[in-house]
Design a protein around this ligand. Structure first.
Ligand SMILES: *[C@@H]1O[C@H](CO)[C@@H](O)[C@H](O)[C@H]1NC(C)=O
Ligand SMILES: *[C@@H]1O[C@H](CO)[C@@H](O)[C@H](O)[C@H]1NC(C)=O
Ligand SMILES: *[C@@H]1O[C@H](CO)[C@@H](O)[C@H](O)[C@H]1NC(C)=O
Ligand SMILES: *[C@@H]1O[C@H](CO)[C@@H](O)[C@H](O)[C@H]1NC(C)=O
Ligand SMILES: *[C@@H]1O[C@H](CO)[C@@H](O)[C@H](O)[C@H]1NC(C)=O
Ligand SMILES: *[C@@H]1O[C@H](CO)[C@@H](O)[C@H](O)[C@H]1NC(C)=O
Length: 339
């Protein structure tokens, strides 16, 4: 995806160069540009995916649509939005997508186009393996171990009360979450500790995915409810195990994890540690990860380690940098803070 910028020499455009772009781009064999259309300001009105508010393009831009073929007959769909010269901030940004991937997040593209970025997004790239952690929660969420929002709020407040000052900055305590809970039961403590610990391979105890971070608790509820029901279960039933009666409580943290990795991972994961072609071309990647992200803040650190391992422990900071952002939750784009 990042390669697109290099191919198009990311720069702001005007109407003529936009119209000429497909001919130019198709000189590069891998890239198939389907269309490039000039879009005047306010001509495209989307709706903001978090607020629902109307989201028009403040600046005119060249909207490029196309795909890149890979591994034979597979292809990656993409869009590249190039703002008009006067509005361009001279920066290029790749936005991701969530959940089942397979979509281009045009709403996130628009937010960033309106900040002056040249912005790209593709269909691919989301990490499904992380959702096995939901099983841990499902397991402990039954009966006494259920963690409702008041319990989760209480836990985050307690963690911050204990640890907040360690980084040298004491946050405004009036920002604490509201809660009517005053203590946790032992089953609730067991459930919370299992979620911090993360799931391990039942065959050898290896970490499958790192657990959730201290301070992310109040963001966990979706994993116990809508994500576990509407996301993990259908992926397992329809895609991975091809068994519509599969009961998630029967999930095997050995063989079933292998099946997820073998079947779902090649379709939706964007986790390769071989970035050599990107690096060789002079590519630079800046990754931002919120510490309070409930979907595995530590995974970004683990991935950086995997990348270092894959390059024989070379210093990768000349082309790959990870920034861990205190208090930030899952939606980096909106910069929503846990507190
Ligand atoms: C793509 O290639 C795979 C492997 O050769 C084959 O099984 C599949 O049917 C092909 N799909 C299409 C749509 O051609
Ligand atoms: C949890 O805290 C948030 C504020 O951070 C508040 O909006 C929400 O109502 C609280 N939920 C419960 C159930 O106490
Ligand atoms: C806290 O309030 C919620 C509703 O917001 C309620 O379901 C729960 O039982 C209450 N818990 C306690 C300990 O009072
Ligand atoms: C998604 O999960 C929620 C429970 O959180 C449920 O009410 C809803 O019906 C589910 N939607 C689908 C499409 O299964
Ligand atoms: C489908 O899943 C159910 C429940 O987990 C299990 O009892 C059944 O044996 C599975 N069916 C097949 C064909 O594997
Ligand atoms: C990196 O390599 C070291 C040494 O082989 C190993 O202990 C560690 O688990 C590896 N880290 C990751 C994240 O793969």
């Amino acid at each position: 995806m990042v390669a697109l910028a290099a191919f198009f020499g990311v720069s702001a455009l005007a109407v003529d160069s936009c119209t000429n772009l497909p001919a130019l781009a198709n000189e590069v064999a891998e890239i198939n540009v389907i269309s490039a259309s000039w879009t005047s300001s306010n001509d495209l009105v989307l709706s903001d995916s978090s607020t629902g508010a109307a989201l028009p393009n403040q600046y005119a831009f060249c909207r490029v649509k196309g795909n890149i073929e890979y591994s034979g007959n597979k292809s990656l769909g993409f869009e590249l939005w190039l703002p008009e010269q006067d509005s361009y901030n001279e920066r290029y940004l790749v936005v991701g997508n969530g959940g089942l991937a397979g979509t281009i997040d045009t709403s996130a593209m628009m937010l960033n186009l309106n900040r002056g970025y040249a912005v790209t997004a593709g269909h691919s790239g989301h990490d499904v393996a992380l959702n096995v952690i939901i099983k841990i929660q499902a397991k402990y969420s039954q009966g006494d171990g259920y963690l409702g929002q008041s319990i989760l709020n209480f836990t985050t407040n307690a963690v911050l009360e204990e640890c907040d000052g360690i980084d040298g900055v004491v946050d405004d305590s009036s920002m604490a979450s509201s809660t009517n809970v005053t203590c946790l039961t032992q089953p609730q403590i067991n459930a919370i500790e299992a979620i911090y610990a993360g799931p391990t391979d039942s065959r050898n105890g290896d970490i499958i995915y790192p657990g959730c971070t201290l301070g992310s608790e109040k963001e966990w509820l979706m994993q116990e409810t809508s994500l576990y029901l509407n996301y993990t279960t259908p992926i397992l039933q329809n895609l991975v195990l091809n068994n519509l009666s599969f009961d998630i409580n029967q999930f095997d943290f050995g063989a079933d994890v292998d099946a997820v990795d073998a079947i779902a991972s090649p379709l939706i994961d964007g986790i390769s540690t071989d970035l050599s072609a990107f690096r060789k071309r002079g590519g630079k990647m800046i990754v931002a990860q919120g510490w309070a992200d409930p979907y595995g803040a530590l995974w970004s650190i683990m991935h950086l380690e995997q990348l270092q391992n894959a390059t024989a422990n070379e210093d990768v900071s000349d082309f790959f940098n990870l920034f861990m952002i205190p208090g930030m939750v899952n939606f980096a784009d909106t910069g929503r803070l846990a507190r």
